[in-house]
Design a protein around this ligand. Sequence first.
Ligand code: NDP
Length: 240
Amino acid sequence: MGSLDGKIAVVTGASSGIGEATARRLAGAGARVFLAARREDRLAALAAELGGGCGYLALDLAQPEAPAALLADVTARFGTPDIVVHNAGVLHVGTVDEFDLANLQPMIALNYESVVRGSHLFARAMKAAGRGDIINISSIGANIVSPGTGIYGGLKKALEMYTDALRIELAGTGVRVGLVAPGMTSTEIFEPMKAAGKEGWDTYIPALEPDDIARAILFMLEQPRRAKTARIHVYSGHEG
Ligand code: NDP
């Protein structure tokens, strides 16, 4: 018997990295997992591999209407979700001379707005059901100041403030809210930096593996309902 047997779990950004590893962990614990991201071929392959009635929806979560579409689709096909892990995100960094400002709005739209929209909408549905878990993925970059990471880290910092407030707002409703902040984790998120020949992306190699973060997410979900594990920070050992 799995700790998440009978649960419906939505994982955004499930086509690679931390989201993919999380989907595997949650499915391994018995959840029926619903995957979301843009690359449909990867989602379809993972859903088929996980089996157990897992499903997926390919969509661009940076679009304002996407979180509502995701909630509507999973609810229609599976029922009200018990768990949502808002993990989809992009990394754009650069100093004042380097940062491509064309990336600013898309990063705000995905890394902050879509998580807020999704959290609000899933919270309303979960509150009506009297149960649920919302986990938002931040970054240790929210709390480490370094040249070129201020915009990305600042958005994660805003997400942390929002997520903490949501946790307090939903106290007593049966809906728990938690935040997991990964340290440097070896995923595709660094591919654009590598391709651009940017130095520094591998400062912390050997980094964490995606499954290290997935384990932390599962740990949070497996706590007794009375225990609200507000935050988990996972450091690679290089960062503090
Ligand atoms: P990956 O690049 O491997 O995964 C990012 C995921 O987000 C992919 O599934 C991608 O799928 C999805 N995604 C990107 N853009 C969109 C979009 N517009 N709409 C829907 N889905 C989208 O990176 P990670 O696994 O590393 O990142 C996951 C989360 O972890 C992010 O929020 C990131 O900020 C955070 N994080 C990562 C750290 C690290 O060191 N790796 C450290 C701290 C935090 P697709 O392209 O198919 O849409």
